[in-house]
Design a protein around this ligand. Structure first.
Ligand SMILES: Cc1ncc(COP(=O)(O)O)c(C=O)c1O
Length: 367
């Protein structure tokens, strides 16, 4: 992710097309562009959605201690048990992965969809993984005018694989669990990317604990809330049959011992309480950012954001982004998300002091 010309933060804005693209057709947008390509020395990072600057000290300590065990091959037993207990599911429903990103690749390599549908705008790796595995991808583009809400009727009945994010990156929309449930049916795999589910206090719309929805696959990440992007840890929750298939396709020892220790540590009641407290703080910090953005001339927020980032629209987006970089702030271009264009920006929620300074820089740019 995030290398050379493909990820030039100021590269030409890709054209947006609403079509059914064949697997071997070059995508209209750079699906492999991610926020990490937009940060750099001396820039305040509002582009990447990792929430803390570093993992909490108790977690760093656990990771450091785990290094003594590196002589042994990783054993997933304890991490799987901890994840299963955290979601009140059997251990057979759980597969730890090297981040959510590995889960998307395993799903793409093992599933054989006849009609794969990805709901956009959303994180682009699921589509990239499907295309790389040779599957044609059909896009359903949600509309700003509907607040990027999802009407289940928009998903074609013929879709035997549906992928969506909840809450969704980059729109920050939280779809109701009832909407998600309405998409599940026998003969269809429904992949819900819940990488940001724990940014919402109480996780009211999460379906991670649901075993009653046919074909449901939930993908979770521990890299955002716990600042573990460099460690690579996430997991899949699905039926035992699918977990077995994914396990067979996963490279042996793909998830390292420190990553498995992190998974176990992040499932304790204490860690879950800390995640909940972080989500509550985040909501307040996000309200502050939204208030500031609403005072900026020409800045439009199409939805009430529910996650750790805010999607905004303003004319002259590329120039504003460029000038913000000159003033020391990196925000995420959003034209690499299907369905959005150059005037969209994604801004990470940070602490109030950072937001205040950023808002002042933004005011200076737009006036
Ligand atoms: C919505 C979403 N899902 C999944 C991921 C990947 O997470 P991980 O670091 O666990 O691979 C990202 C990373 O940006 C994301 O934004």
């Amino acid at each position: 992710m995030g290398n050379d010309a493909m990820t030039d933060p100021d590269g030409p804005a890709p054209e947006d097309r609403d079509d059914r693209s064949g697997a071997r057709v070059t995508p209209d947008v750079d699906l492999r562009h991610h926020g990490d390509a937009e940060i750099g020395p001396g820039l305040v990072d509002l582009a990447v959605n990792v929430r803390l600057a570093e993992p909490p000290s108790w977690l760093v300590h656990r990771l450091a201690t785990s290094l003594r065990d590196l002589a042994a091959y990783p054993d997933t037993t304890r991490a799987r048990a901890a994840i299963a207990a955290r979601h009140r599911r059997p251990v057979a429903d759980v597969l730890p992965t090297a981040g959510a990103a590995e889960a998307f690749v395993l799903l793409a390599r093992t599933l054989t969809p006849r009609h794969a549908v990805v709901v956009h705008p959303q994180f682009t790796e699921p589509e990239a993984a499907l295309r790389a595995a040779g599957h044609p991808v059909d896009r359903v583009l949600l509309d700003e005018r509907d607040g990027f809400a999802l009407d289940p009727a928009r998903i074609p009945e013929s879709a035997d694989l549906v992928v969506l994010g909840n809450p969704t990156n980059p729109t920050s929309v939280l779809h109701p669990a009832t909407t998600i449930a309405a998409l599940a049916r026998p003969g269809r795999i429904l992949v819900v990317d819940e990488a940001f589910a724990d940014t919402v206090p109480g996780e009211p719309e999460s379906v991670a604990d649901r075993r009653d929805l046919p074909g449901l696959v939930v993908v979770r990440s521990l890299t955002k809330t716990w600042a573990l992007a460099g460690l690579r840890i996430g997991y899949v929750l699905a039926s035992p049959d699918l977990v077995r298939i994914l396990t067979d396709a996963q490279p042996l020892w793909s998830v390292s011992t420190p990553a498995l220790i992190a998974a176990e540590a992040c499932c304790t009641p204490e860690a879950l309480a800390q995640a909940e407290a972080l989500a509550v703080t985040l909501a307040a910090d996000r309200s502050y950012l939204v208030e500031r953005l609403r005072t900026v001339p020409g800045m439009r927020l199409p939805v009430v954001p529910r996650s750790s980032f805010v999607l905004a629209r303003t004319e002259g987006g590329p120039e504003i982004r460029k000038q913000l970089r000159e003033r020391g702030y990196a925000v995420r271009r959003a034209d690499t998300f299907p369905g959005l264009g150059p005037d969209w920006l994604r801004i990470a929620v940070r602490d109030r002091a950072t937001t205040l300074a950023f808002a002042a820089a933004l005011e200076g740019v737009v006036r």
